[in-house]
Ligand binder design. Structure first.
Ligand code: MN
Ligand code: MN
Length: 468
């Protein structure tokens, strides 16, 4: 073989995409900056699943989406959204083709790891008032100490009123705090322990106040009483009302650019609001799609997609069934012909922890969103495992528009693993594949993404909605 022929053969046979760290940057820098700016605003307004639903509804309304009415006869181009119990949401645009030909779905989740209050949370000890918490999702507990925390959520009072609580985000607000042990005294009680033992669940107690209602030795728990007094004045709450509450403790930090070049974003809750926001933008910017395009923003993914707002409920099935009836088609035909991007964050290679990655099959920051054929752990357990045919179709669509993407797995084979909502979508007969941006410090109070990847994910989802 001639030298030139070998070079040609090399070009043809060796992969240029997917496993390479040098994926070409083909996206407009101004577009990336403006998208990142809007994404940061979304993150700051959407720290809980309820807030993410509220800001998504606001976003959709501004772009002509109206509440879903199952009794309405829908026509091509109609845009609507359906809110499921305040904590999950489905938005859609009706396509020009019959619904029977299938829908195109993007499914992300809007809950993030956090600390929830226990039903009887309030107590006083050593002249400090505290909330007891029960953590939600997979966290490294020690990361939640010694950082500013805020409280978000609702309390339902004995008279049925629902009160919103939102404190710790405004610069003038106080924040809340979980203490850690000083290094000087950690030698025995922390230094020799494993990560999971350094701080345990029952130590995640949030400091609320230190001032007694009155300096009077006859009053029991005067600091707790003072906190209750403040809660009562501000929100009309008495102690028993905290039983019927959903108050979530989240980091009080706001989303910020990272690096001299401002090429990255650090924020709480990018898993998986990055996919929620890119999905919203990708849907809203469609113009008369052929297929009916659906965005699902689900709750409860971090604890197994449970409950009536999680993806393991019948929310998507019910929605597609209702829409099918309104368009006079058979829902089962719609499921079998539908396709879905299960949009959730992935891991990005971190040189600080090189030992957990298999470098040929991991994603890198700044190289576009990551497609994963499968997720899961212990031999793909709990994964969806997309078909070769569907993966082929998706990668060809992306390549046809020069959308940057890469292929990746979540770390080394036996290192751990994780799942997504993909399995709960594909159960309906829907071809499903995982996609998402790679993060550093996933599930920490302050996760890191790349602006390039976030914008590229938007391009990818938009491309999927138009071309598949
Ligand atoms: Mn996730
Ligand atoms: Mn997660």
């Amino acid at each position: 073989m001639e030298k030139n022929d070998v070079k040609k053969l090399q070009k043809k046979l060796l992969s240029q995409k997917g496993s390479s760290i040098s994926v070409g940057r083909s996206l407009d820098d101004n577009a990336i900056s403006s998208f990142s700016h809007d994404y940061i605003e979304f993150l700051n307004n959407s720290k809980t699943e309820r807030e993410a639903v509220a800001s998504s509804v606001e976003f959709l309304k501004e772009r002509g989406f109206v509440p879903f009415d199952p009794d309405k006869k829908y026509r091509p181009g109609d845009k609507a959204y359906w809110v499921n119990h305040q904590k999950s949401l489905i938005a859609f645009i009706v396509g020009s083709e019959s619904l029977e030909k299938g829908t195109l779905i993007t499914a992300a989740h809007i809950d993030s790891p956090r600390l929830d209050l226990k039903p009887r949370p309030l107590y006083e000890e050593a002249s400090l008032a505290y909330f007891r918490t029960h953590y939600y999702g997979g966290i490294k507990k020690y990361q939640w100490t010694a950082i500013p925390l805020s409280i978000h959520g609702v309390v339902v009072l004995s008279d049925g009123r629902e009160i919103s609580v939102f404190i710790g985000e405004d610069d003038l607000d106080p924040v809340f705090y979980i203490s850690d042990l000083l290094p000087h005294l950690s030698r025995k009680s922390q230094a020799g322990k494993t990560m999971g033992e350094i701080i345990v669940g029952e130590q995640l107690n949030v400091i609320l106040g230190s001032k007694p209602i009155e300096y009077n030795e006859e009053i029991k728990d005067p600091v707790k009483l003072n906190v209750l007094h403040i809660l009562n004045e501000k929100y009309d709450i008495v102690e028993d009302d905290l039983i019927s509450a959903e108050l979530e403790i989240v980091p009080a930090m706001t989303a910020r650019y990272v690096g001299f070049d401002k090429s990255m974003i650090a924020s709480y809750g990018q898993d998986d609001r990055v996919c929620a926001y890119t999905g919203l933008r990708a849907l809203a910017e469609l113009n008369a799609p052929k297929k009916t395009c659906i965005l699902v923003l689900a709750d409860k993914e971090e604890i197994g997609s449970v409950g009536n707002t999680g993806m393991n409920s019948d929310m998507l099935r019910n929605f597609i069934t209702l829409l099918s009836h309104s368009l006079d088609v058979i829902p089962e035909k719609v499921f079998i012909n539908s396709k879905c991007l299960s949009a959730d964050v992935n891991v990005a290679y971190d040189p600080n922890f090189a030992e957990v990655y298999e470098r040929q099959n991991t994603a890198y920051l700044n190289c576009g969103p990551t497609l994963s054929k499968y997720t899961g752990s212990g031999g793909k357990g709990g994964s969806n495992d997309a078909s070769a045919e569907f993966l082929g179709e998706v990668r060809n669509a992306f390549d046809s528009e020069d959308v940057p993407w890469q292929i990746g797995e979540l770390g080394k084979v036996d290192e751990g693993g994780g799942g997504t909502v993909a399995q709960f979508v594909s159960r309906l007969g829907i071809d499903t594949i995982d996609i998402g941006v790679g993060l550093l410090s996933m599930h920490s109070p302050y996760e890191l993404s790349s602006c390039f990847d976030v914008y590229a994910l938007f391009k990818a989802v938009n491309c999927f909605f138009r071309l598949m």
